[in-house]
Ligand binder design. Structure first.
Ligand code: VG1
Ligand code: CO
Length: 539
């Protein structure tokens, strides 16, 4: 039976860089989740004959939210839902299923790399038929709808048993519960040379993969341990837990510190990697060695011929604006088309759909290719393993050889967290106004050559997006300022600093960037405005 329930609308359901992201307790408010879902359904309009993919990273409230989503989809006239068993699907696996089945869209219930649990965050990522998250012009419409809703539709019935594979029916809508891992493994087998990777492990190669108690555990176990023969136990924190076992599933030097420490210990394996909550981010480590995500994208691009799916050649490559310029040098040396887009994976989708690019990446531990329309953590790990298998070299050797060939971009991101929204907004607005006056100013050893906001004009849909402020220096160094769009409360200022050197290859990044960090603080008046002299998180 379909029920129409009266509701008062919410005015805070604007999607950010990765969908809607809120405190779990906010999403658990009466009708909050329902309001947002109904706004999406109303924005799509006619749902007759439409099929969607549904999954999540297993975080707290996922099970309740998925049942609501199913009953609301049925009541709104959706034809079919494809749901991951027990409600699990990583973001890349969801994008694959969405594209493979030519469905109309998909929902991943995840706040990605944000902590989970009752006191953590919850989120909803919505992708359309492209397989990627919706463009801003659609999320704006959903936001407008969410603010004026007065009712939502839901089917009144028992919960669906999502542990049972196969087909069932809810209020006249078909549900197909699928194994969340099978299709993903098949896709990876179609991209990489699993035989060559098996040989690598058979010859004694060792790895550790930290799934951080989030969604990638089952994927990683199956691929690395069962398919490729990595030693049992190579995948750690492999069971997805509603609160991620108290871990913060953000794979970087700060939140994946135990893995970083392990790789600096005598027990270190040859290779290590970690993924985030929903499996789209990756961190790559060698023995006592960290690969910056910006270098990782550049190295993957430089080695595209090491993986069967790309051996015939690739289209171009794209990076998000704050990502270092390393990949730009590879693109130019290898005559590949090259694009720089705003932060957020959705900006790569048009470029992939129009065959302009094959690879893309972000400094925030995201790398991927046009095999799907999301970044893909395990894909990046398999790519690194393929380079290692093909060259017989270690992570450190591969990276250092890359620096010898192209020079090195020293790169660090500084995050200033938890400031009042007004402080963050005003800091950015005032800085933007001051940008024209910065040209020619000297900060220690650095002289400003150019200062301007970043504006991206999409070559496919001709939309224009402004995001972030760039200050460039005469030696080619760069400071980028942006406000985060994935937080669930307050404002986070991100300051990205890059300095390129052709021949000084073994410096310590933080030391190499001290002068620029001081300049960055002074230019944006960070201490005066925020009371902070140091960043809260440095990655
Ligand atoms: C952050 C990253 C951005 C990434 C986004 C979603 O956004 O900087 O590169 O695309 O998270 O990642 P922001 O606006 O907070 O800087 V995920 O793994 O949450 O989907
Ligand atoms: Co993520």
């Amino acid at each position: 039976m379909i029920k129409v329930i009266a509701t008062t609308p919410y005015d805070d359901q604007k999607m950010g860089t990765g969908g809607l992201r809120k405190k779990t307790k906010v999403v658990m408010q009466p009708n909050y989740f329902e309001n947002f879902m109904q706004a999406i359904f109303n924005t799509i309009g006619d749902l007759k004959g439409k099929t969607f993919v549904v999954g999540g990273d297993g975080r707290y409230f996922n099970d309740t939210a998925i049942q609501k989503l199913i009953k609301m989809a049925a009541a709104n006239g959706v034809k079919k839902l494809i749901v991951g068993q027990n409600g699990f699907l990583s973001t890349p696996a969801s994008s694959n299923i969405l594209l493979k089945n030519k469905t109309d869209g998909g929902f991943v219930l995840s706040a990605s790399h944000n902590p989970g649990g009752l006191d953590g965050d919850f989120g909803i990522k919505y992708a359309n038929e492209t397989g990627g998250q919706i463009p801003t012009k659609i999320s704006d419409k959903i936001f407008e709808n969410a603010k004026v809703l007065t009712e939502y539709k839901i089917c009144d019935g028992p919960d669906v048993d999502l542990s049972k594979l196969g087909r069932q029916e809810v209020c006249g809508m078909e549900i197909e519960v699928i194994d969340p891992v099978d299709d993903y493994v098949a896709m990876m087998k179609g991209i990489f040379d699993f035989e060559a990777l098996r040989k690598l492990f058979a010859n004694g190669f060792t790895m550790r993969f930290d799934a951080m108690n989030a969604v990638t555990g089952p994927y990683a176990r199956r691929i690395f341990e069962q398919e490729l023969g990595a030693a049992k136990g190579s995948v750690i924190n492999a069971k997805p837990l509603p609160d991620f076992g108290g871990l913060h599933p953000d794979p970087n030097m700060v939140h994946a510190k135990p893995l970083v420490d392990f790789m600096a210990s005598p027990e270190a394996t040859d290779f290590a990697a970690a993924n985030d909550g929903d499996g789209d981010r990756n961190m790559i480590l060698g023995k006592n060695f960290f690969v910056t995500p910006s270098d990782s994208l550049a190295i993957i691009t430089d080695n595209y011929d090491k993986v069967p799916a790309y051996q015939k050649g690739i289209y171009g490559v794209a990076k998000s604006m704050p990502t270092s310029t390393a990949v730009e040098r590879v693109a130019s040396a290898r005559h590949l088309d090259y694009y720089e887009v705003p932060t957020g994976w959705k900006y790569f989708v048009n470029l992939m759909d129009s065959n302009r690019i094959t690879f893309s990446g972000e400094e925030s531990f995201g790398t991927g290719s046009s095999h799907i329309r999301e970044k893909d953590g395990i894909w990046a790990v398999l790519f690194w393993l393929s380079i290692i298998a093909a060259t017989g070299k270690s992570v450190q050797e591969i990276t250092e050889e890359f620096w010898h060939k192209y020079g090195r971009s020293y790169y660090v991101r500084f995050d200033f967290e938890g400031m009042p929204t007004e402080v963050g907004d005003k800091l950015m607005a005032d800085l933007e106004n001051r940008l024209p006056s910065l040209k020619g100013k000297v900060y220690g050893d650095y002289t400003v050559s150019e200062a301007a906001p970043f504006v991206y004009n999409d070559p496919v849909d001709h939309s224009s997006t402004k995001n972030g402020l760039i200050v460039k220096f005469t030696d080619g160094s760069r400071i980028v300022y942006r406000l985060s769009g994935t937080g669930s409360s307050g404002a986070t200022l991100r300051v990205y600093i890059e300095r390129y050197s052709k021949d000084q290859l073994n410096g310590d990044p933080l030391k190499m960037l001290t002068g620029l960090f001081n300049a960055a603080m002074e230019i944006a008046e960070v201490p005066e405005r925020t009371g902070k002299h140091q960043a809260d998180v440095v990655t």
